[in-house]
Design a protein around this ligand. Structure first.
Ligand SMILES: Cc1ncc(COP(=O)(O)O)c(C=O)c1O
Length: 236
């Protein structure tokens, strides 16, 4: 629940798809969070970085839809387009507009104008929407492939989290600790996996879980990678 003894100035959340475990905040919890911000006079920064790629059902209402005075909504083109574009956007409460414009100017003066113009045309022509629909089909297929291959290779020994949205899942393995040695070995074999531990504040609770990104992988790559993973984890 919410802390009674603290009065934050800002709460940072990823309610559509928590990174890395992939949890989604229910509508009830969203309303409670907004209520907390109202009562305590603080702002919520809603980082909605990949809800365009939601594969089951529909994305929930954003926090910003519930409260336009306490929520700052942040979106990015890093996932729907590509990260090196370095373009994102904020939808902010009226009272913050001038201040945030000033901070943006101070932080990097402005984002690349040509990229912004090109993106504007891409959006206006309807191509961005078509691109998202197409990529959603592609990523969903890759996700489905990965989920079924994990079942084939690891069966009951693997538990999957966070597969409803985004471009990665978390795989939890029975009786395994993903040490730096295992991670480095996998890297040498051409497999880049990130341990969930790397992202946790309290260490020791996620040592048997890894993040598996699938956006770029075709079926054959997945098969190759999972075979190596299975061998390295000594699963028969
Ligand atoms: C939690 C989270 N927020 C935001 C982003 C996007 O960041 P940026 O727009 O700086 O590329 C990512 C990218 O992976 C992310 O994982």
């Amino acid at each position: 629940m919410f802390p009674n003894d603290r009065k934050p100035a800002l709460i940072f959340v990823t309610p559509s798809h928590q990174f890395p475990m992939g949890g989604t905040l229910s509508v009830k919890r969203r309303l409670e969070l907004v209520e907390f911000a109202r009562k305590n006079g603080c702002f919520i920064l809603e980082d909605d970085y990949d809800s365009e790629f939601t594969y089951e059902g529909f994305p929930s209402n954003s926090l910003f839809e519930f409260d336009t005075e306490h929520v700052i909504y942040a979106g990015t083109f890093s996932k729907i387009m590509f990260p090196s574009l370095r373009l994102g956007y904020l939808v902010v409460p009226n009272e913050l507009v001038l201040q945030i414009r000033k901070w943006k100017r101070l932080s990097d003066h402005h984002s690349n104008s040509i990229y912004q113009l090109a993106l504007m045309r891409f959006i206006e022509s309807g191509d961005l929407e078509r691109h998202i629909h197409r990529m959603k089909r592609v990523y969903k297929k890759r996700r489905d492939n990965l989920l079924s291959l994990l079942q084939v290779y690891f069966g009951e020994k693997v538990k999957i989290y966070g597969f409803n949205a985004g471009m990665h899942i978390v795989a939890e393995f029975e009786d395994i600790v993903f040490t730096e040695e295992i991670i480095q070995h996998l890297l040498k074999c051409g497999i880049y996996v990130v341990p969930v531990e790397k992202h946790s504040i309290l260490k020791g609770n996620h040592s048997n879980q890894i993040i598996l990104g699938y956006a770029q992988l075709d079926y054959e790559d997945m098969v190759k990678g999972l075979e190596i993973l299975k061998t390295r984890l000594n699963y028969s």
